[in-house]
Design a protein around this ligand. Structure first.
Ligand code: G
Ligand code: G
Ligand code: MN
Length: 561
Protein backbone atom coordinates (compact mmCIF):
# COMPACT_ATOMS: atom_id res chain seq x y z
CA UNK A 1 0.00 0.00 0.00
CA UNK A 2 2.56 2.64 1.14
CA UNK A 3 4.94 1.42 -1.53
CA UNK A 4 2.37 1.97 -4.26
CA UNK A 5 1.75 5.56 -3.19
CA UNK A 6 5.46 6.20 -3.17
CA UNK A 7 5.84 4.80 -6.65
CA UNK A 8 3.04 6.90 -7.98
CA UNK A 9 4.28 10.20 -6.50
CA UNK A 10 7.81 9.60 -7.78
CA UNK A 11 6.32 8.95 -11.20
CA UNK A 12 4.50 12.29 -10.99
CA UNK A 13 7.77 13.96 -10.11
CA UNK A 14 9.36 12.32 -13.13
CA UNK A 15 6.58 13.59 -15.40
CA UNK A 16 6.98 17.06 -13.99
CA UNK A 17 10.74 16.99 -14.60
CA UNK A 18 10.12 15.81 -18.17
CA UNK A 19 7.71 18.68 -18.84
CA UNK A 20 10.16 21.18 -17.30
CA UNK A 21 12.94 19.82 -19.50
CA UNK A 22 10.90 20.42 -22.66
CA UNK A 23 10.07 23.96 -21.49
CA UNK A 24 13.80 24.62 -20.99
CA UNK A 25 14.47 23.34 -24.55
CA UNK A 26 11.80 25.81 -25.74
CA UNK A 27 13.47 28.67 -23.89
CA UNK A 28 16.87 27.77 -25.39
CA UNK A 29 15.39 27.53 -28.92
CA UNK A 30 13.65 30.88 -28.41
CA UNK A 31 16.91 32.51 -27.21
CA UNK A 32 18.80 31.07 -30.20
CA UNK A 33 16.02 32.39 -32.51
CA UNK A 34 16.49 35.88 -30.98
CA UNK A 35 20.26 35.71 -31.48
CA UNK A 36 19.99 34.46 -35.09
CA UNK A 37 17.07 36.80 -35.85
CA UNK A 38 18.91 39.86 -34.51
CA UNK A 39 22.11 38.96 -36.38
CA UNK A 40 20.09 38.38 -39.58
CA UNK A 41 18.16 41.63 -39.32
CA UNK A 42 21.38 43.63 -38.57
CA UNK A 43 23.06 42.08 -41.60
CA UNK A 44 20.13 42.78 -43.94
CA UNK A 45 19.77 46.39 -42.73
CA UNK A 46 23.43 47.48 -42.71
CA UNK A 47 25.44 44.64 -44.30
CA UNK A 48 27.80 44.63 -41.29
CA UNK A 49 27.49 43.12 -37.85
CA UNK A 50 28.61 45.37 -35.06
CA UNK A 51 27.23 46.09 -31.63
CA UNK A 52 25.65 49.26 -33.07
CA UNK A 53 23.95 47.49 -35.97
CA UNK A 54 22.71 44.75 -33.60
CA UNK A 55 21.29 47.37 -31.16
CA UNK A 56 19.72 49.19 -34.10
CA UNK A 57 18.11 45.96 -35.37
CA UNK A 58 16.68 45.30 -31.93
CA UNK A 59 15.41 48.85 -31.62
CA UNK A 60 13.74 49.07 -35.04
CA UNK A 61 12.43 45.58 -35.88
CA UNK A 62 9.00 44.79 -34.40
CA UNK A 63 9.28 41.07 -35.32
CA UNK A 64 12.29 40.79 -33.05
CA UNK A 65 10.27 42.30 -30.22
CA UNK A 66 7.77 39.47 -30.60
CA UNK A 67 10.64 37.03 -30.75
CA UNK A 68 12.10 38.53 -27.56
CA UNK A 69 8.90 37.69 -25.75
CA UNK A 70 9.10 34.00 -26.75
CA UNK A 71 11.49 32.72 -23.98
CA UNK A 72 9.13 34.18 -21.37
CA UNK A 73 6.19 32.55 -23.09
CA UNK A 74 7.99 29.20 -23.17
CA UNK A 75 9.17 29.51 -19.58
CA UNK A 76 5.69 30.38 -18.37
CA UNK A 77 4.02 27.75 -20.53
CA UNK A 78 6.50 25.07 -19.45
CA UNK A 79 5.93 25.90 -15.82
CA UNK A 80 2.22 25.89 -16.36
CA UNK A 81 2.12 22.56 -18.23
CA UNK A 82 4.43 20.80 -15.79
CA UNK A 83 2.36 21.99 -12.87
CA UNK A 84 -0.74 20.81 -14.67
CA UNK A 85 0.80 17.39 -15.31
CA UNK A 86 1.96 17.16 -11.74
CA UNK A 87 -1.51 18.05 -10.55
CA UNK A 88 -3.15 15.51 -12.82
CA UNK A 89 -0.62 12.88 -11.86
CA UNK A 90 -1.17 13.41 -8.17
CA UNK A 91 -4.91 13.36 -8.77
CA UNK A 92 -4.34 10.03 -10.50
CA UNK A 93 -2.26 8.86 -7.57
CA UNK A 94 -5.04 9.73 -5.18
CA UNK A 95 -7.60 7.98 -7.41
CA UNK A 96 -5.56 4.87 -7.84
CA UNK A 97 -4.68 4.75 -4.18
CA UNK A 98 -8.28 4.83 -3.12
CA UNK A 99 -9.06 2.25 -5.80
CA UNK A 100 -6.37 0.01 -4.45
CA UNK A 101 -7.56 0.60 -0.93
CA UNK A 102 -11.10 -0.38 -1.87
CA UNK A 103 -9.78 -3.50 -3.63
CA UNK A 104 -7.76 -4.49 -0.59
CA UNK A 105 -10.70 -4.04 1.74
CA UNK A 106 -12.86 -6.20 -0.54
CA UNK A 107 -10.11 -8.82 -0.72
CA UNK A 108 -9.74 -8.91 3.05
CA UNK A 109 -13.50 -9.25 3.46
CA UNK A 110 -13.49 -12.07 0.93
CA UNK A 111 -10.72 -13.78 2.83
CA UNK A 112 -12.55 -13.63 6.15
CA UNK A 113 -15.65 -14.88 4.35
CA UNK A 114 -13.65 -17.82 3.03
CA UNK A 115 -12.43 -18.59 6.50
CA UNK A 116 -15.88 -18.37 8.04
CA UNK A 117 -18.26 -19.32 5.24
CA UNK A 118 -18.82 -22.31 3.07
CA UNK A 119 -18.01 -21.45 -0.54
CA UNK A 120 -20.59 -23.69 -2.15
CA UNK A 121 -23.66 -22.58 -0.23
CA UNK A 122 -22.51 -19.30 1.28
CA UNK A 123 -23.65 -20.54 4.69
CA UNK A 124 -21.47 -20.08 7.78
CA UNK A 125 -18.98 -22.94 8.06
CA UNK A 126 -17.96 -25.07 11.01
CA UNK A 127 -15.57 -22.43 12.35
CA UNK A 128 -18.16 -19.67 12.42
CA UNK A 129 -20.79 -22.03 13.78
CA UNK A 130 -18.56 -23.00 16.66
CA UNK A 131 -17.92 -19.34 17.34
CA UNK A 132 -21.64 -18.52 17.32
CA UNK A 133 -22.37 -21.60 19.41
CA UNK A 134 -19.78 -20.48 21.95
CA UNK A 135 -21.41 -17.05 22.15
CA UNK A 136 -24.84 -18.66 22.36
CA UNK A 137 -23.69 -20.82 25.27
CA UNK A 138 -22.37 -17.74 27.11
CA UNK A 139 -25.65 -15.92 26.61
CA UNK A 140 -27.69 -18.98 27.61
CA UNK A 141 -25.55 -19.32 30.74
CA UNK A 142 -26.13 -15.68 31.67
CA UNK A 143 -29.85 -15.73 31.00
CA UNK A 144 -30.22 -19.30 32.34
CA UNK A 145 -31.95 -20.44 29.16
CA UNK A 146 -31.68 -23.58 27.09
CA UNK A 147 -29.99 -23.89 23.73
CA UNK A 148 -30.03 -26.70 21.20
CA UNK A 149 -27.55 -27.83 18.56
CA UNK A 150 -29.10 -29.74 15.72
CA UNK A 151 -26.93 -31.65 13.26
CA UNK A 152 -28.55 -32.83 10.06
CA UNK A 153 -27.20 -35.21 7.48
CA UNK A 154 -28.89 -36.01 4.17
CA UNK A 155 -29.81 -39.68 3.87
CA UNK A 156 -28.23 -41.58 0.99
CA UNK A 157 -26.49 -38.46 -0.28
CA UNK A 158 -23.55 -40.57 -1.42
CA UNK A 159 -25.85 -42.56 -3.69
CA UNK A 160 -27.47 -39.44 -5.09
CA UNK A 161 -24.05 -37.93 -5.69
CA UNK A 162 -22.79 -41.04 -7.44
CA UNK A 163 -25.90 -41.51 -9.52
CA UNK A 164 -26.39 -37.89 -10.60
CA UNK A 165 -22.78 -36.72 -10.64
CA UNK A 166 -20.98 -34.30 -8.34
CA UNK A 167 -22.32 -31.25 -10.20
CA UNK A 168 -25.88 -32.22 -9.35
CA UNK A 169 -24.77 -33.25 -5.88
CA UNK A 170 -23.51 -29.71 -5.38
CA UNK A 171 -26.76 -28.28 -6.71
CA UNK A 172 -28.71 -30.36 -4.25
CA UNK A 173 -26.51 -29.18 -1.39
CA UNK A 174 -27.15 -25.58 -2.44
CA UNK A 175 -30.89 -26.12 -2.69
CA UNK A 176 -30.97 -27.73 0.74
CA UNK A 177 -29.04 -24.74 2.11
CA UNK A 178 -31.52 -22.31 0.58
CA UNK A 179 -34.48 -24.19 2.01
CA UNK A 180 -32.92 -24.42 5.45
CA UNK A 181 -32.26 -20.71 5.40
CA UNK A 182 -35.84 -19.92 4.51
CA UNK A 183 -37.10 -22.27 7.20
CA UNK A 184 -34.91 -20.82 9.93
CA UNK A 185 -35.89 -18.06 12.30
CA UNK A 186 -33.72 -15.01 12.63
CA UNK A 187 -32.22 -16.07 15.95
CA UNK A 188 -31.11 -19.43 14.58
CA UNK A 189 -27.71 -19.92 12.96
CA UNK A 190 -27.56 -22.33 10.05
CA UNK A 191 -24.24 -23.71 8.92
CA UNK A 192 -22.82 -26.27 6.57
CA UNK A 193 -20.33 -28.43 8.41
CA UNK A 194 -18.98 -30.09 5.28
CA UNK A 195 -20.18 -32.82 2.96
CA UNK A 196 -23.90 -33.24 3.34
CA UNK A 197 -23.90 -32.20 6.98
CA UNK A 198 -25.62 -29.06 8.21
CA UNK A 199 -26.07 -27.64 11.68
CA UNK A 200 -28.56 -25.32 13.34
CA UNK A 201 -28.03 -23.53 16.64
CA UNK A 202 -31.36 -22.81 18.30
CA UNK A 203 -31.28 -20.42 21.27
CA UNK A 204 -33.91 -19.68 23.92
CA UNK A 205 -35.78 -22.92 24.18
CA UNK A 206 -38.20 -22.95 27.09
CA UNK A 207 -38.41 -26.74 27.10
CA UNK A 208 -36.48 -29.48 25.36
CA UNK A 209 -39.56 -30.59 23.50
CA UNK A 210 -39.90 -27.19 21.84
CA UNK A 211 -37.11 -28.28 19.56
CA UNK A 212 -39.54 -30.56 17.76
CA UNK A 213 -41.12 -27.47 16.19
CA UNK A 214 -37.80 -26.64 14.57
CA UNK A 215 -37.45 -30.23 13.44
CA UNK A 216 -40.94 -30.08 11.94
CA UNK A 217 -40.07 -26.87 10.10
CA UNK A 218 -36.98 -28.52 8.62
CA UNK A 219 -38.81 -31.71 7.72
CA UNK A 220 -41.55 -29.69 6.05
CA UNK A 221 -39.14 -27.70 3.97
CA UNK A 222 -37.49 -30.89 2.74
CA UNK A 223 -40.80 -32.59 2.00
CA UNK A 224 -41.26 -30.85 -1.36
CA UNK A 225 -39.29 -32.93 -3.89
CA UNK A 226 -36.05 -31.42 -5.20
CA UNK A 227 -35.71 -30.92 -8.95
CA UNK A 228 -32.46 -32.14 -10.47
CA UNK A 229 -32.05 -32.66 -14.22
CA UNK A 230 -35.80 -32.82 -14.59
CA UNK A 231 -35.98 -35.53 -11.93
CA UNK A 232 -38.10 -35.21 -8.83
CA UNK A 233 -35.95 -36.26 -5.94
CA UNK A 234 -37.30 -37.14 -2.52
CA UNK A 235 -34.72 -36.11 0.00
CA UNK A 236 -34.79 -37.19 3.59
CA UNK A 237 -32.42 -36.33 6.36
CA UNK A 238 -31.44 -37.61 9.79
CA UNK A 239 -31.11 -35.17 12.66
CA UNK A 240 -29.40 -35.38 16.02
CA UNK A 241 -29.94 -32.89 18.82
CA UNK A 242 -27.99 -32.01 21.95
CA UNK A 243 -29.04 -29.45 24.57
CA UNK A 244 -27.11 -26.96 26.62
CA UNK A 245 -26.87 -27.45 29.57
CA UNK A 246 -28.18 -31.04 29.72
CA UNK A 247 -25.73 -32.69 27.32
CA UNK A 248 -22.72 -30.43 27.53
CA UNK A 249 -21.56 -27.00 28.51
CA UNK A 250 -19.04 -26.35 25.73
CA UNK A 251 -19.34 -26.16 21.96
CA UNK A 252 -17.19 -29.21 21.20
CA UNK A 253 -19.09 -31.55 23.50
CA UNK A 254 -22.47 -30.38 22.24
CA UNK A 255 -21.45 -30.78 18.60
CA UNK A 256 -20.00 -34.21 19.24
CA UNK A 257 -23.15 -35.38 21.06
CA UNK A 258 -25.49 -33.99 18.44
CA UNK A 259 -23.38 -35.89 15.93
CA UNK A 260 -23.72 -39.12 17.90
CA UNK A 261 -27.50 -38.63 18.09
CA UNK A 262 -27.57 -37.99 14.34
CA UNK A 263 -25.71 -41.24 13.60
CA UNK A 264 -28.09 -43.10 15.90
CA UNK A 265 -31.08 -41.54 14.12
CA UNK A 266 -29.63 -42.60 10.79
CA UNK A 267 -28.98 -46.17 11.88
CA UNK A 268 -32.42 -46.51 13.43
CA UNK A 269 -34.14 -44.58 10.62
CA UNK A 270 -35.65 -42.48 13.37
CA UNK A 271 -35.69 -39.14 11.55
CA UNK A 272 -34.41 -37.30 14.57
CA UNK A 273 -33.15 -38.25 18.01
CA UNK A 274 -32.15 -36.29 21.07
CA UNK A 275 -28.77 -37.36 22.44
CA UNK A 276 -28.65 -40.06 25.08
CA UNK A 277 -25.53 -41.84 26.39
CA UNK A 278 -26.92 -45.08 25.04
CA UNK A 279 -26.23 -43.80 21.52
CA UNK A 280 -22.51 -43.41 22.18
CA UNK A 281 -21.85 -46.63 20.36
CA UNK A 282 -22.96 -44.84 17.18
CA UNK A 283 -20.22 -42.28 17.52
CA UNK A 284 -18.12 -41.75 14.42
CA UNK A 285 -15.11 -43.18 16.26
CA UNK A 286 -16.99 -46.40 16.81
CA UNK A 287 -18.01 -46.40 13.17
CA UNK A 288 -14.38 -45.96 12.17
CA UNK A 289 -13.64 -49.01 14.26
CA UNK A 290 -16.29 -50.85 12.26
CA UNK A 291 -14.56 -50.03 9.01
CA UNK A 292 -11.31 -51.18 10.53
CA UNK A 293 -12.88 -54.43 11.71
CA UNK A 294 -13.94 -55.27 8.16
CA UNK A 295 -10.33 -54.70 7.14
CA UNK A 296 -9.09 -56.72 10.14
CA UNK A 297 -11.12 -59.76 9.11
CA UNK A 298 -9.77 -59.58 5.57
CA UNK A 299 -6.20 -59.01 6.70
CA UNK A 300 -5.97 -61.58 9.46
CA UNK A 301 -5.59 -59.03 12.24
CA UNK A 302 -7.82 -61.26 14.33
CA UNK A 303 -6.27 -63.94 16.46
CA UNK A 304 -7.69 -66.86 18.37
CA UNK A 305 -7.04 -67.81 21.95
CA UNK A 306 -7.84 -71.25 23.31
CA UNK A 307 -8.94 -72.22 26.82
CA UNK A 308 -9.16 -75.87 27.87
CA UNK A 309 -12.12 -77.56 29.49
CA UNK A 310 -11.33 -80.46 31.79
CA UNK A 311 -13.50 -83.48 32.45
CA UNK A 312 -13.90 -83.59 36.21
CA UNK A 313 -14.38 -87.39 36.33
CA UNK A 314 -11.45 -88.48 34.17
CA UNK A 315 -9.17 -85.43 34.14
CA UNK A 316 -9.23 -85.59 30.36
CA UNK A 317 -8.87 -82.36 28.40
CA UNK A 318 -10.38 -83.05 25.04
CA UNK A 319 -11.96 -79.71 24.27
CA UNK A 320 -10.92 -76.06 24.06
CA UNK A 321 -13.08 -72.96 23.83
CA UNK A 322 -12.11 -70.63 20.99
CA UNK A 323 -12.09 -66.94 21.91
CA UNK A 324 -11.40 -64.26 19.35
CA UNK A 325 -9.19 -61.20 19.91
CA UNK A 326 -8.30 -58.30 17.66
CA UNK A 327 -4.69 -57.39 17.27
CA UNK A 328 -5.53 -53.77 16.41
CA UNK A 329 -2.52 -51.92 14.97
CA UNK A 330 -3.22 -48.80 17.05
CA UNK A 331 -4.68 -50.10 20.29
CA UNK A 332 -3.62 -52.96 22.52
CA UNK A 333 -5.10 -56.39 22.03
CA UNK A 334 -8.85 -55.83 21.90
CA UNK A 335 -11.24 -58.23 23.60
CA UNK A 336 -14.50 -59.44 22.08
CA UNK A 337 -16.74 -57.36 24.40
CA UNK A 338 -15.31 -54.32 22.61
CA UNK A 339 -16.00 -55.37 19.06
CA UNK A 340 -18.44 -58.32 18.96
CA UNK A 341 -21.45 -56.06 19.82
CA UNK A 342 -20.39 -53.72 17.01
CA UNK A 343 -19.93 -56.58 14.59
CA UNK A 344 -23.39 -57.84 15.52
CA UNK A 345 -25.02 -54.55 14.66
CA UNK A 346 -23.36 -54.13 11.29
CA UNK A 347 -23.62 -57.59 9.84
CA UNK A 348 -19.88 -58.08 10.20
CA UNK A 349 -20.54 -60.81 12.74
CA UNK A 350 -21.13 -63.33 9.96
CA UNK A 351 -17.78 -62.95 8.18
CA UNK A 352 -16.14 -62.70 11.60
CA UNK A 353 -17.69 -65.96 12.78
CA UNK A 354 -16.77 -67.67 9.53
CA UNK A 355 -13.19 -66.51 10.02
CA UNK A 356 -13.20 -67.87 13.57
CA UNK A 357 -14.81 -71.15 12.55
CA UNK A 358 -12.38 -71.80 9.70
CA UNK A 359 -9.30 -70.92 11.72
CA UNK A 360 -10.49 -72.98 14.70
CA UNK A 361 -11.12 -76.01 12.49
CA UNK A 362 -7.77 -75.65 10.79
CA UNK A 363 -6.11 -75.48 14.23
CA UNK A 364 -8.05 -78.58 15.18
CA UNK A 365 -6.54 -80.40 12.19
CA UNK A 366 -3.06 -79.11 13.07
CA UNK A 367 -3.37 -80.49 16.61
CA UNK A 368 -4.56 -83.81 15.26
CA UNK A 369 -1.49 -83.90 13.00
CA UNK A 370 0.62 -83.25 16.10
CA UNK A 371 -1.06 -86.18 17.81
CA UNK A 372 -3.48 -84.20 19.99
CA UNK A 373 -7.17 -84.98 20.01
CA UNK A 374 -8.91 -81.72 20.87
CA UNK A 375 -12.39 -80.54 20.00
CA UNK A 376 -13.07 -76.84 19.47
CA UNK A 377 -15.97 -74.86 20.97
CA UNK A 378 -16.97 -71.83 18.92
CA UNK A 379 -19.26 -69.06 20.22
CA UNK A 380 -22.20 -68.10 18.02
CA UNK A 381 -24.18 -64.86 18.06
CA UNK A 382 -27.90 -64.69 17.41
CA UNK A 383 -27.54 -63.30 13.91
CA UNK A 384 -25.34 -66.19 12.92
CA UNK A 385 -27.46 -68.86 14.59
CA UNK A 386 -30.66 -67.70 12.90
CA UNK A 387 -29.14 -67.81 9.46
CA UNK A 388 -30.91 -70.73 7.78
CA UNK A 389 -27.78 -71.45 5.74
CA UNK A 390 -25.72 -72.04 8.89
CA UNK A 391 -25.93 -75.85 8.94
CA UNK A 392 -24.80 -76.04 5.30
CA UNK A 393 -22.02 -73.54 5.83
CA UNK A 394 -20.76 -75.48 8.84
CA UNK A 395 -21.00 -78.79 6.99
CA UNK A 396 -18.89 -77.26 4.22
CA UNK A 397 -16.29 -75.96 6.66
CA UNK A 398 -16.03 -79.32 8.47
CA UNK A 399 -15.54 -81.10 5.15
CA UNK A 400 -12.99 -78.55 3.93
CA UNK A 401 -10.86 -79.00 7.05
CA UNK A 402 -11.54 -82.71 7.33
CA UNK A 403 -12.78 -82.42 10.90
CA UNK A 404 -15.35 -84.86 12.32
CA UNK A 405 -18.55 -83.12 13.41
CA UNK A 406 -18.15 -84.53 16.96
CA UNK A 407 -15.06 -82.33 17.30
CA UNK A 408 -17.12 -79.16 16.96
CA UNK A 409 -19.12 -77.62 19.80
CA UNK A 410 -21.28 -74.53 19.30
CA UNK A 411 -21.76 -72.27 22.31
CA UNK A 412 -24.99 -70.30 22.24
CA UNK A 413 -26.24 -68.08 25.04
CA UNK A 414 -29.62 -68.52 26.66
CA UNK A 415 -30.64 -65.06 25.51
CA UNK A 416 -29.82 -65.92 21.90
CA UNK A 417 -32.14 -68.90 21.97
CA UNK A 418 -34.88 -66.78 23.57
CA UNK A 419 -34.84 -64.40 20.59
CA UNK A 420 -36.80 -66.93 18.55
CA UNK A 421 -37.31 -70.28 20.27
CA UNK A 422 -39.00 -71.98 17.32
CA UNK A 423 -36.36 -71.03 14.84
CA UNK A 424 -33.63 -71.89 17.34
CA UNK A 425 -35.14 -75.34 17.73
CA UNK A 426 -35.32 -75.79 13.97
CA UNK A 427 -31.69 -74.86 13.33
CA UNK A 428 -30.23 -76.47 16.43
CA UNK A 429 -31.98 -79.74 15.53
CA UNK A 430 -30.36 -79.74 12.11
CA UNK A 431 -26.96 -79.02 13.62
CA UNK A 432 -27.44 -81.66 16.28
CA UNK A 433 -28.51 -84.22 13.66
CA UNK A 434 -25.21 -83.56 11.91
CA UNK A 435 -23.45 -84.72 15.08
CA UNK A 436 -22.39 -81.27 16.24
CA UNK A 437 -22.66 -80.67 19.98
CA UNK A 438 -24.57 -77.69 21.33
CA UNK A 439 -23.72 -75.90 24.58
CA UNK A 440 -25.80 -73.28 26.38
CA UNK A 441 -23.37 -70.52 27.34
CA UNK A 442 -23.59 -68.13 30.32
CA UNK A 443 -26.36 -70.25 31.78
CA UNK A 444 -28.24 -68.57 34.62
CA UNK A 445 -27.90 -65.01 33.36
CA UNK A 446 -30.77 -65.09 30.90
CA UNK A 447 -33.71 -65.29 33.32
CA UNK A 448 -35.28 -67.63 30.81
CA UNK A 449 -37.86 -70.26 31.54
CA UNK A 450 -36.34 -73.70 31.90
CA UNK A 451 -39.15 -75.66 30.29
CA UNK A 452 -38.08 -74.80 26.75
CA UNK A 453 -34.63 -76.20 27.44
CA UNK A 454 -35.88 -79.75 27.60
CA UNK A 455 -37.15 -79.46 24.03
CA UNK A 456 -33.85 -78.18 22.67
CA UNK A 457 -31.21 -80.61 21.41
CA UNK A 458 -28.69 -79.29 23.94
CA UNK A 459 -25.72 -81.41 25.02
CA UNK A 460 -24.10 -79.18 27.58
CA UNK A 461 -24.91 -76.39 30.01
CA UNK A 462 -22.19 -73.91 30.93
CA UNK A 463 -22.91 -72.37 34.34
CA UNK A 464 -22.01 -68.72 34.14
CA UNK A 465 -18.81 -67.76 35.91
CA UNK A 466 -20.63 -65.18 38.04
CA UNK A 467 -22.22 -68.06 40.01
CA UNK A 468 -19.12 -70.20 40.17
CA UNK A 469 -16.73 -67.39 41.15
CA UNK A 470 -18.34 -66.62 44.51
CA UNK A 471 -19.80 -69.98 45.42
CA UNK A 472 -17.66 -69.80 48.58
CA UNK A 473 -19.11 -66.59 49.94
CA UNK A 474 -22.52 -66.52 48.36
CA UNK A 475 -24.72 -69.36 49.65
CA UNK A 476 -27.52 -68.69 47.17
CA UNK A 477 -25.09 -68.92 44.25
CA UNK A 478 -23.92 -72.25 45.58
CA UNK A 479 -27.56 -73.35 45.63
CA UNK A 480 -28.01 -72.20 42.04
CA UNK A 481 -24.93 -74.13 40.95
CA UNK A 482 -26.15 -77.27 42.70
CA UNK A 483 -29.65 -76.88 41.22
CA UNK A 484 -28.31 -76.27 37.73
CA UNK A 485 -26.18 -79.37 37.86
CA UNK A 486 -29.16 -81.43 38.94
CA UNK A 487 -31.43 -79.86 36.34
CA UNK A 488 -28.90 -80.47 33.59
CA UNK A 489 -28.46 -84.06 34.56
CA UNK A 490 -32.22 -84.60 34.74
CA UNK A 491 -32.47 -83.29 31.19
CA UNK A 492 -29.67 -85.61 30.08
CA UNK A 493 -27.13 -82.84 29.59
CA UNK A 494 -23.63 -82.54 30.88
CA UNK A 495 -22.84 -79.49 33.03
CA UNK A 496 -19.66 -77.42 32.98
CA UNK A 497 -18.62 -74.76 35.45
CA UNK A 498 -16.92 -71.65 34.06
CA UNK A 499 -14.63 -69.28 35.92
CA UNK A 500 -12.83 -71.88 38.03
CA UNK A 501 -9.97 -69.90 39.47
CA UNK A 502 -8.56 -72.19 42.16
CA UNK A 503 -8.33 -75.78 43.32
CA UNK A 504 -11.03 -75.21 45.93
CA UNK A 505 -13.60 -74.27 43.32
CA UNK A 506 -12.60 -77.22 41.20
CA UNK A 507 -13.03 -79.57 44.16
CA UNK A 508 -16.38 -78.04 45.11
CA UNK A 509 -17.74 -78.41 41.57
CA UNK A 510 -16.60 -81.99 41.44
CA UNK A 511 -18.20 -82.68 44.79
CA UNK A 512 -21.46 -81.29 43.41
CA UNK A 513 -21.27 -83.74 40.52
CA UNK A 514 -20.39 -81.16 37.87
CA UNK A 515 -19.07 -82.85 34.74
CA UNK A 516 -16.42 -80.42 33.58
CA UNK A 517 -14.63 -77.19 34.46
CA UNK A 518 -13.05 -74.27 32.66
CA UNK A 519 -11.14 -71.39 34.15
CA UNK A 520 -7.95 -69.59 35.01
CA UNK A 521 -7.05 -72.39 37.46
CA UNK A 522 -6.11 -74.47 34.44
CA UNK A 523 -5.05 -71.58 32.26
CA UNK A 524 -6.23 -68.31 30.80
CA UNK A 525 -7.16 -68.43 27.12
CA UNK A 526 -3.86 -68.68 25.20
CA UNK A 527 -2.73 -68.36 21.57
CA UNK A 528 -2.27 -71.78 19.92
CA UNK A 529 1.51 -71.94 20.26
CA UNK A 530 1.41 -70.82 23.90
CA UNK A 531 -1.34 -73.33 24.52
CA UNK A 532 0.86 -76.12 23.18
CA UNK A 533 3.75 -74.81 25.30
CA UNK A 534 1.43 -74.79 28.33
CA UNK A 535 0.65 -78.46 27.73
CA UNK A 536 4.36 -79.28 27.56
CA UNK A 537 5.31 -77.39 30.77
CA UNK A 538 2.32 -78.62 32.73
CA UNK A 539 3.19 -82.13 31.66
CA UNK A 540 6.84 -81.70 32.65
CA UNK A 541 5.65 -80.52 36.07
CA UNK A 542 3.84 -83.81 36.43
CA UNK A 543 0.36 -82.28 36.45
CA UNK A 544 -0.55 -83.50 32.98
CA UNK A 545 -0.28 -86.73 31.11
CA UNK A 546 -0.35 -86.83 27.33
CA UNK A 547 -0.72 -90.32 25.95
CA UNK A 548 -1.89 -91.41 22.51
CA UNK A 549 -3.28 -87.98 21.81
CA UNK A 550 -5.17 -87.93 25.10
CA UNK A 551 -4.45 -85.04 27.45
CA UNK A 552 -5.19 -85.83 31.06
CA UNK A 553 -4.95 -83.69 34.16
CA UNK A 554 -3.48 -85.92 36.86
CA UNK A 555 -4.96 -86.21 40.29
CA UNK A 556 -8.58 -85.69 39.39
CA UNK A 557 -9.78 -89.32 39.13
CA UNK A 558 -7.95 -90.21 42.35
CA UNK A 559 -9.81 -87.48 44.30
CA UNK A 560 -13.16 -88.56 43.02
CA UNK A 561 -15.09 -90.31 45.71
O1 G B 1 -12.27 -63.99 26.89
P1 G B 1 -13.39 -63.23 26.68
O2 G B 1 -13.25 -61.79 27.02
O3 G B 1 -12.83 -63.43 25.32
O4 G B 1 -14.78 -63.43 25.97
C1 G B 1 -15.81 -62.51 26.12
C2 G B 1 -17.05 -62.95 25.40
O5 G B 1 -16.85 -62.87 24.00
C3 G B 1 -17.45 -64.35 25.71
O6 G B 1 -18.72 -64.29 26.31
C4 G B 1 -17.55 -65.03 24.38
O7 G B 1 -18.79 -65.71 24.27
C5 G B 1 -17.50 -63.92 23.38
N1 G B 1 -16.76 -64.37 22.21
C6 G B 1 -15.47 -64.70 22.16
N2 G B 1 -15.15 -65.09 20.91
C7 G B 1 -16.28 -65.02 20.17
C8 G B 1 -16.60 -65.31 18.82
O8 G B 1 -15.78 -65.75 18.03
N3 G B 1 -17.87 -65.09 18.41
C9 G B 1 -18.82 -64.63 19.27
N4 G B 1 -20.04 -64.44 18.78
N5 G B 1 -18.57 -64.36 20.54
C10 G B 1 -17.31 -64.54 21.00
O1 G C 1 -19.28 -66.19 27.89
P1 G C 1 -18.14 -67.11 27.61
O2 G C 1 -18.21 -68.38 28.35
O3 G C 1 -17.96 -67.34 26.13
O4 G C 1 -16.87 -66.33 28.10
C1 G C 1 -15.68 -66.85 28.43
C2 G C 1 -15.01 -65.71 29.07
O5 G C 1 -14.66 -66.03 30.40
C3 G C 1 -13.74 -65.29 28.39
O6 G C 1 -13.73 -63.92 28.40
C4 G C 1 -12.67 -65.83 29.30
O7 G C 1 -11.50 -65.06 29.21
C5 G C 1 -13.32 -65.68 30.65
N1 G C 1 -12.80 -66.61 31.66
C6 G C 1 -12.39 -67.89 31.47
N2 G C 1 -11.98 -68.44 32.64
C7 G C 1 -12.14 -67.50 33.61
C8 G C 1 -11.89 -67.47 35.00
O8 G C 1 -11.44 -68.43 35.62
N3 G C 1 -12.18 -66.32 35.67
C9 G C 1 -12.69 -65.26 35.04
N4 G C 1 -12.93 -64.17 35.75
N5 G C 1 -12.93 -65.23 33.71
C10 G C 1 -12.66 -66.34 32.99
MN1 MN D 1 -18.39 -69.23 25.56
Amino acid sequence: MAKNTQNLSSNARLLKAKASKHAIYGVIIALLAIVFGTVGVAFVQSSTITVDTLVAAQANNMALWVLNAMPFVFAFWGQYVSSLIAFEASAMVVDQTSDLRAQTVALEAEMTRHATHDQLTGLPNRILLKDRLGQGILRAAQSKTRLAVLIMDIDRFKEINEAMGPYNGDRLLKQVATRLQSAAHESETIARLGGDEYAVVIPNLAQPRDVSQVVKRIEKTLEVPFMLEGLKLDVRASMGIAFYPEHGTDADTLMQRADVAMYAAKRNRAGFLVYSPKYDEYSPQRLTLMGELRHAIENNELILHYQPKVDLKTGVIDEVEVLVRWNHPKYDLMYPDEFIPLAERTGLIKPLTMWVLNHALSQCTRWRNEGLTLGVAVNLSAQVLFDLDLPDIIAGALAAHDVASERLILEITETTIMVDKDRALQILSRLSDMGIRIAIDDFGTGYSSLSYLSKMPVDEIKIDKSFVLDMHENKSNAVIVRATIELGHNLGMSVIGEGVEDAGMLAQLRALGCDAAQGYYLTKPLPSDEFTAWLVTTQSQGALKVEAGKVQLKGIPADTA
